[in-house]
Design a protein around this ligand. Structure first.
Ligand SMILES: *Cc1c(COP(=O)(O)O)cnc(C)c1O
Length: 481
């Protein structure tokens, strides 16, 4: 039931005095054209109706704080509550972006330090905190690539992207005006040096890569690829969504990447999903510093300040200075974890993924052999075809057992893919429970396939007609329906 369904004409949720009683009469104060004559058609509810409505909605929501959430590629790790507390300190939360530099030195220091921490973690020389998410960072990076070649008076049109890439990679390259050339991963799930070599020519502006890639595999040819790219004058872009697998172990800057983005909301512990605020800082090597969006935070002998002095800046990517609340959480997280803590987080993320992989390999064989990084992609391959049970059904059945299903049907190159990313914050008991439930569901798929096919059964919303939802989406509420 929506809040509109609960509307009863005449109900109100506040008890302020009539405007007229404190000497304000809209009809005589405002000019005719500002007075609305027709109804706004907003729901009319009491305060208690509204409180109950939203509390009940919150109750049926699922989140990392409710249970296991192994959504591959999204790094749904637990977000320590201390980071929330720090971000809500009034000295941070009540800042206004138009305040004078002298009055926000603490906030600027935090941003300056965060830029430096992220530079150290990634091996880059300078960071902008401005982009609002990973995809926005990609666009920022691609605009930097474009401006870089413009500044050299070179026209390069192509960006090479492996077929395992996240869909935002080609989208960002195309938005920045490039043509995308898709490169094929090999039978081991990685991008071979030879493939890159054969695709390179003087028209290639950049190669976008994710490492470990979206199959959870390390691109082992990366150093050779970086060398040949640079010999060709091509820039190497790093999609850092999978940084959670390698923190403190290896750095994209050392692998040879020129531009990177990070997803602070994934790796650095900000609650995300359902469109919450994110942050996609972009890092560059020093030759590309002058192209970054303005301002970055800098310091001189006296104070911290917004530095607009970047002579080839691509301009602004976002209003003001980025999603500051997310930056605070990332800063608190990095400080509380420390060098060793971040490294350990990545080690445990990789261990947990391999633990699940080894325990499920009989029923969900990995799409590629070998040790995986922070996530494992498999497919429920052993299910006899005649049962007609698909990955989608297995994922939906998991909802009945109270866990959030892994990512499915991504990456696109794996048939019926199931992509499991447990993250480092889950205990062995939780992983064992997930393994047991998955085994049970695969067993059900053989003995009682219809139960699995018709699932979910225990959720507020039952099996959806996905074809209808995409062909005839109902995106507007109206009274008559
Ligand atoms: C999540 C993700 C992105 C996009 O990041 P957003 O922050 O959601 O915009 C890009 N690439 C990969 C591999 C991802 O997992």
């Amino acid at each position: 039931m929506t809040i509109f369904d609960k509307s009863v004409e005449g109900k109100i949720a506040f008890s302020l005095p009539e405007e007229k009683s404190y000497g304000f009469d809209p009809e005589s104060t405002l000019s005719e054209k500002y007075i609305k004559k027709s109804s706004t058609d907003l729901p009319e509810c009491s305060e208690l109706d509204i409180v109950r409505h939203y509390s009940n909605l919150a109750k049926i929501n699922y989140s990392v704080d409710h249970g296991f959430y192994p959504l591959g590629s999204c790094t749904m790790k637990y977000n320590p509550k201390i980071n929330e507390n720090v971000a809500s300190l009034s000295g941070f939360a009540n800042l206004h972006p138009l305040m004078e530099e002298d009055d926000i030195q603490g906030a600027l220091e935090l941003m300056f330090d965060l830029q430096n921490y992220l530079s150290k973690i990634t091996g880059m020389d300078e960071i902008t905190l401005q982009p609002a998410a990973g995809a926005h960072g990609e666009l920022t990076g691609m605009l930097i690539v474009k401006k870089y070649f413009q500044s050299k008076n070179e026209k390069r049109k192509k960006v090479l992207i492996p077929d395992s890439a996240h869909g935002t990679n080609p989208a960002s390259a195309i938005m920045a005006g490039f043509d995308v050339v898709e490169l094929k991963s090999d039978e081991n799930g990685i991008l071979p040096f030879e493939t890159v070599k054969n695709a390179l020519d003087k028209d290639v502006a950049a190669i976008m890569m994710t490492n470990p890639n979206t199959l959870g595999l390390f691109e082992k040819d990366i150093v050779k690829i970086a060398r040949i790219a640079h010999e060709n004058g091509t820039l190497l872009y790093y999609d850092g969504a999978n940084l959670n697998a390698i923190m403190g172990k290896i750095r994209p800057g050392d692998m040879g990447f020129d531009i990177i983005h990070l997803n602070l909301h994934k790796t650095f512990s900000t609650p995300h999903g359902m469109g919450g605020p994110g942050s996609g800082p972009v890092g560059v090597k020093k030759e590309l510093r002058e192209f970054l969006p303005v301002p970055i935070v800098n310091r001189n002998d006296e104070k911290f300040y917004f530095d607009y002095d970047l002579k080839n800046s691509i301009g602004k990517m976002r209003s003001y200075y980025g999603n500051f609340g997310v930056l605070i959480r990332a800063y608190a997280y990095i400080l509380s974890m420390g060098n060793d803590g971040l490294k350990k987080a990545s080690e445990l993320a990789v261990l947990n993924a391999n633990y699940i992989k080894c325990n499920l390999r009989e029923i969900i064989p990995p799409a590629f052999e070998g040790v995986c990084k922070h996530e494992y992609v498999g497919y429920p391959g052993n299910l006899p075809k005649e049962y007609n049970v698909k990955t989608l059904n297995i994922a939906k059945r998991m909802l009945d057992y109270g866990i959030h299903p892994p990512t499915i049907y991504f990456p696109l190159i794996v048939h019926e893919a199931l992509m499991i990313e447990p993250t480092e914050t889950e205990s062995k008991e939780t992983l064992d429970n997930f393994i047991e439930i998955t085994k049970k569901i695969v067993q059900e798929a053989k003995t009682d396939p219809q139960i699995v096919i018709d699932s979910p059964h225990n959720t507020y919303v039952r099996k959806l007609d996905e074809a209808k939802a995409s062909r005839k989406p109902k995106v507007r509420w109206n009274k008559s329906s």
